[in-house]
Design a protein around this ligand. Structure first.
Ligand SMILES: Cc1cc2nc3c(=O)[nH]c(=O)nc-3n(C[C@H](O)[C@H](O)[C@H](O)COP(=O)(O)O)c2cc1C
Length: 168
C-alpha cells in the first residue's frame, strides 16, 4: 500500500511538472530479462477506490516498450533528475529495439521492490506499477484528434495498480 504523505505528494507534483518539461521515464523488461527505458509525456496518477493508488500510461504499438509490456505487464514510472534532460530526450527518440539505452545513456538500473523492471538511480521517485487492464484501441479514452489516427497507430491505455513509490 502506498500511503499519501507530504514527501510523496511533493514528488508527485514534481512529476506532473516534468510531464510538460521534458517528460518522465518508463522502464519495462522482456521475458529475456533485458530492460528498456522510454520517455512519456502523458500520465495519470491518483488514489481511487479502496485508497489504492493507480497509474495510467498510453503507449503506441510501434514502440519496443509496447512489446515488452505484453511480455511482462509491469513497469516503473521514474521521475528524472534535472541534470539528465538530454538522456530523457534520447529515450524519447531512440528505440530499445536498436540500442541498449541504459548502457548508452549511462543510466543506472537498480532493483525495484515489487516489480521486475528496474528502477532508475538518477531519479527523484520510482513508481512501481502492475498492469491490470490494457485497453487496446479503438477506445474513447483519448481525444477526438487521437481517434482520427488509423486504429493500429493509436495508443493502448494501461490501467495499473501502484505497488511501491520510493526515492532512491
Ligand atoms: C517528451 C516526449 C513524450 C513522449 N510521450 C510518449 C507517450 O506518452 N507514449 C508513447 O507511446 N510515446 C511517447 N513518446 C515517444 C517515445 O518515447 C519514443 O517513441 C521512444 O523512442 C520509444 O522507445 P522504445 O521503442 O524503446 O520503447 C514521447 C517522446 C517524447 C520526447
Amino acid at each position: 500500500m502506498v500511503e499519501e504523505n507530504p514527501v510523496l505528494m511533493r514528488e508527485i507534483q514534481r512529476a506532473f511538472h516534468k510531464l510538460t518539461h521534458g517528460g518522465l521515464l518508463v522502464t519495462s523488461i522482456g521475458e529475456n530479462g533485458r530492460p528498456n527505458v522510454m520517455t512519456i509525456g502523458w500520465w495519470l496518477f491518483g488514489w481511487f477506490y479502496h485508497g489504492r493508488p493507480m497509474s495510467v500510461i498510453a503507449i503506441r504499438p510501434a514502440t519496443h516498450t509496447f512489446k515488452l509490456l505484453a511480455e511482462v505487464p509491469e513497469y516503473v514510472v521514474s521521475v528524472p533528475t534535472d541534470d539528465i534532460a538530454e538522456v530523457v530526450a534520447i529515450c524519447g527518440r531512440e528505440s530499445g529495439r536498436d540500442m541498449d539505452k541504459f548502457a548508452e545513456c549511462h543510466l543506472t538500473a537498480i532493483p525495484s521492490k515489487e516489480v521486475r523492471p528496474p528502477s532508475i538511480r538518477e531519479s527523484t521517485l520510482n513508481i512501481e506499477c502492475r498492469i491490470y487492464h490494457p485497453q487496446a484501441p479503438p477506445h474513447m479514452i483519448l481525444t477526438p484528434e487521437h481517434r482520427r489516427k488509423p486504429v493500429p497507430e493509436q495508443h493502448t491505455i494501461y490501467f495499473s495498480e501502484v505497488l511501491a513509490a520510493w526515492s532512491p
